[in-house]
Design a protein around this ligand. Structure first.
Ligand code: NAD
Ligand code: MG
Length: 292
């Protein structure tokens, strides 16, 4: 295999774009790379049963594709409005023969979020990997302009739903299971326009490290992935101010944004027994930005 330079492995930013609403991968003009045509599995997750939130697009899509190609059966949660994207994920891994259960549900509602977990357990015949990827990020320049509604939705999506779903899943996860949450470089290097979002990502990191110690004696490992700037619908549907999109990722040491596919191997590693002695860790995948 020839050596690959990570600086030029994926494209730097072409002209950026902006979408209204939540943002569909299907509507991205500048396509993101999720490994549909490139990810080759090596039986790392055969027999695993995984629930992945936010599995329709972006980072969650790359994880869902990788997990299916590694041999796992997968339950996918996502916003019902993003069904089109979720269907593309199922199509991408149809040839694996793995079970792909679709659970479109808004998880800002407690009962609905808990039901996603019990539905996944029922339809997969059990659960041993829970991957929390779903997230909400809306840039607002001025603290005076952050509405209580946005603050509430951001915390409900990123923090409360994580808590509800983990609490429900712990009732079912056997020893050997993994819980993987998704933080961000924003947890330590917050942007001035992401006050609410960045603080949820710090909460996710700390919540996970506390819980990791509590669940380790039961044989359940909790770990975190903290991405840097990654090209997904989240960023072009209000996640960044419009004028910031053109230089998105350029301030990383690699000088470019990341692609969802570059996140997937960390989630595979943390779900597989290869990471058996990794507990309460945060894997920072951010193109080289220093972290604590
Ligand atoms: P994305 O928009 O492709 O994925 C987020 C998904 O979350 C959406 O597809 C949506 O279906 C789901 N979601 C949002 N609100 C929901 C709700 N109420 N109920 C159910 N599902 C809901 O964007 P992404 O960038 O791949 O984001 C995935 C995760 O990665 C998020 O937690 C985000 O904070 C984190 N992250 C992203 C970046 C980045 O630069 N893209 C950087 C650091 C962390
Ligand atoms: Mg989506």
């Amino acid at each position: 295999m020839s050596l690959v330079n990570p600086v030029t492995q994926y494209p730097d930013n072409p002209d950026k774009e902006r979408q209204a609403g939540t943002g569909l991968d299907a509507d991205l003009d500048v396509k993101a790379e999720h490994g549909e045509g490139s990810y080759v599995g090596s039986a790392k997750l055969v027999g695993r049963r995984a629930l992945i939130t936010g599995a329709d697009s972006g980072i969650g899509r790359a994880v869902a594709i990788a997990y299916a190609r590694e041999g796992a059966d997968v339950a996918m949660n996502y916003l019902p409005a993003e069904q089109e994207d979720a269907d593309a994920v199922v199509a991408a891994v149809a040839d694996t023969g793995r079970k792909m259960v679709q659970l479109p549900t808004d998880i800002t509602d407690e009962q609905a979020a808990r039901k996603v977990v019990t539905d996944a357990v029922e339809q997969l015949g059990g659960l041993d990997v829970l991957v929390i990827v779903a997230g909400k990020q809306q840039a607002v320049e001025d603290i005076l302009d952050i509405t209580s509604e946005q603050f509430d939705e951001t915390y409900k999506t990123n923090v409360y739903a994580m808590f509800w779903m983990i609490q429900e899943a712990v009732k079912h996860l056997p020893a050997g299971s993994s819980i993987i949450t998704t933080s961000s470089i924003q947890a330590y290097s917050p942007s001035p326009h992401l006050v609410d979002y960045a603080s949820t990502k710090a909460a996710i990191n700390t919540f996970s490290k506390a819980l990791a110690q509590q669940l380790a004696p039961k044989g359940i490992r909790v770990n975190v992935v903290a991405p840097g700037p990654v090209w997904t619908p989240l960023q072009v549907s209000g996640g960044q101010p419009t004028d910031a999109l053109d230089s998105f990722g350029e301030d990383t040491p690699l000088g470019r944004m990341g692609q969802p596919i570059e996140m997937a191997p960390a989630y595979v590693f943390l779900a597989s027994p290869e990471s058996s002695y990794v507990v309460g860790e945060t894997l920072n995948l951010n193109g080289g930005m220093p972290t604590p």
